[in-house]
Design a protein around this ligand. Structure first.
Ligand SMILES: [Zn+2]
Length: 378
C-alpha cells in the first residue's frame, strides 16, 4: 500500500505542472435510478437525492485533518483556506438548490427531509444514509462512490488553488464561474477547436444545429490559423453561425506561468474576432482554467471576461468513454441544477453524450440556454 501511494505521488510529481487532472474519474450509472425522470417533480426528486449524497460526502470530508487530506487527494500540499472556502461555497449552492428542489415535495416522499436553510440542509445531508425505500439501494451504493470520487476531484483542485489555479474558484467577481445561469438552465461550451475540415468540430456543429442548440466555442488561435489555410473565413463563419465564438488563447498552454501569456490572449482574441465578427463574444477561457491571480487588470483593459465552467464532462480524458461522459453530465446537472458544461469539439464524445442528455431531460423544465445569454441577457 505504501509503495502504491508513493508511486502515485511520484506520478503526480513528475507530471507537467499544468496537468492537474484527477487520478480517478467519477462516472455514475444513472440506469440504477429506479424512477422515470419525465417531469419537473421527478427531476427534482433525482436532484435532491444527488444533493443529499454529495452533501453527505462533503460533511464526511470535513472530519479529515490535513495529513488525511494529503493522502486522500494525492497532493503534496493542502491550501486549507482554499479548501474551506470551496466547501463553504458548495454548502451554500447546495442549500439554495435543495430549497428549489424541495419546494413541492411531500415529507413522506423519498429524499424530502425538511431543510429550510443552509444549517438545516447540512444537518439533513450529514444524517442522510439511505432512502427508506429499498428500490433506491443499488443507486445509492453507486452514487456514494461517484460523489466521493467527484468530491475528491474538486477538493484536489481546491487544495492546489491558488498555487495552481483552475475552475474550482474565481479570483474576483469579474470572472464567470459557470454558476451564473438560473435554476434548470444550462449552457453547452466546446473548447480547443477548430479541427481540420470535416473533423469533430464540423460534426459537433452539425449535431448542435440538428438540435437547435446555441453553444459557445472557445477556439485556439493556432488551430484556427491552420483551419483557415483549408477553409475560407466566410465558409467557416457560416459553419459557426448562430453559435458564440470566443478565445481559448493562441496555444494550449497554462496561462499562469507562461511568459508570453498576454501575447497568446491578445493574438488569439484578435484572430477569432476578425474571422467571426458576427459570432464573436468577448470571453476568454484559460486552458486548464489556469490564469494568474493578478490578471484581472489585464483582462479588464482588453475588455475580456474570464469564463470558466462548473460542470466538467471529462470528455478530454482518455480514461473516460462517451457512455461515462453522458452518465456523469446528467448526474452533475441533477446535483448543481444549473451551469456551464465543459465539452471539447476536438473529441467525438459530446456528439453521443449531448443528444442523450437532451433526451433524458426533455419535459423536466430544463432550459438549454442561448449562448448569447451568458452571463446575462445583455
Ligand atoms: Zn482546452
Amino acid at each position: 500500500m505504501r509503495t502504491f501511494i508513493l508511486t502515485l505521488l511520484l506520478a503526480v510529481a513528475s507530471a507537467p505542472a499544468f496537468a492537474v487532472g484527477p487520478s480517478a474519474v467519477a462516472a455514475p450509472d444513472r440506469s440504477l435510478w429506479p424512477d422515470a425522470i419525465d417531469g419537473e417533480a421527478s427531476f427534482d426528486r433525482a436532484s435532491r437525492a444527488e444533493m443529499l449524497v454529495f452533501g453527505h460526502e462533503l460533511a464526511a470530508s470535513e472530519s479529515l485533518d490535513d495529513t488525511q487530506l494529503l493522502e486522500r487527494l494525492k497532493v503534496k500540499q493542502v491550501d486549507r483556506a482554499s479548501v474551506d472556502a470551496v466547501r463553504a461555497k458548495y454548502w451554500k449552492r447546495l442549500a439554495t438548490g435543495y430549497a428549489l428542489a424541495s419546494a413541492h415535495c411531500a415529507s413522506d416522499e423519498p429524499f424530502c427531509p425538511a431543510a429550510k436553510d443552509e444549517a438545516a440542509f447540512r444537518a439533513a445531508a450529514t444524517a442522510f444514509t439511505a432512502a427508506n425505500d429499498t428500490r433506491y439501494n443499488a443507486w445509492h451504493a453507486n452514487a456514494t462512490v461517484f460523489h466521493r470520487v467527484y468530491l475528491d476531484e474538486l477538493l484536489r483542485l481546491a487544495a492546489l488553488f491558488p498555487r495552481i489555479s483552475s475552475e474550482v474558484d474565481t479570483f474576483s467577481g469579474n470572472e464567470l464561474s459557470g454558476n451564473e445561469p438560473a435554476d434548470r438552465h444550462f449552457l453547452l461550451t466546446f473548447d480547443d477547436g477548430p479541427t481540420v475540415a470535416g473533423g469533430n468540430t464540423d460534426k459537433t456543429l452539425a449535431m448542435l444545429g440538428a438540435n437547435h442548440l446555441k453553444a459557445t466555442f472557445f477556439l485556439l488561435g493556432g488551430n484556427l490559423e491552420t483551419r483557415l489555410k483549408k477553409t475560407d473565413a466566410a465558409a467557416l463563419a457560416k459553419a459557426y453561425e448562430g453559435m458564440c465564438v470566443a478565445s481559448h488563447g493562441w496555444e494550449h498552454k497554462s496561462h499562469s506561468a507562461w511568459p508570453e501569456w498576454q501575447d497568446s490572449v491578445t493574438r488569439g482574441s484578435a484572430l477569432v474576432k476578425d474571422t467571426f465578427p458576427a459570432s464573436y463574444v468577448p470571453l476568454f477561457r484559460p486552458p486548464y482554467g489556469q490564469r494568474k491571480a493578478d490578471s484581472g487588470d489585464f483582462f479588464a483593459a482588453k475588455h475580456l471576461t474570464v469564463a470558466l465552467w462548473n460542470i466538467d464532462s471529462q470528455d478530454w480524458n482518455s480514461k473516460v468513454d462517451a457512455e461515462q461522459v453522458k452518465q456523469r453530465v446528467l448526474a452533475l446537472m441533477l446535483l448543481w441544477r444549473h451551469g456551464v458544461i465543459l465539452f471539447h469539439d476536438i473529441h467525438a464524445k459530446a456528439q453521443v453524450a449531448v443528444p442523450w442528455v437532451l433526451g433524458q431531460t426533455r419535459s423536466t423544465g430544463v432550459t438549454w440556454m442561448d449562448c448569447h445569454d451568458w452571463p446575462s441577457a445583455h
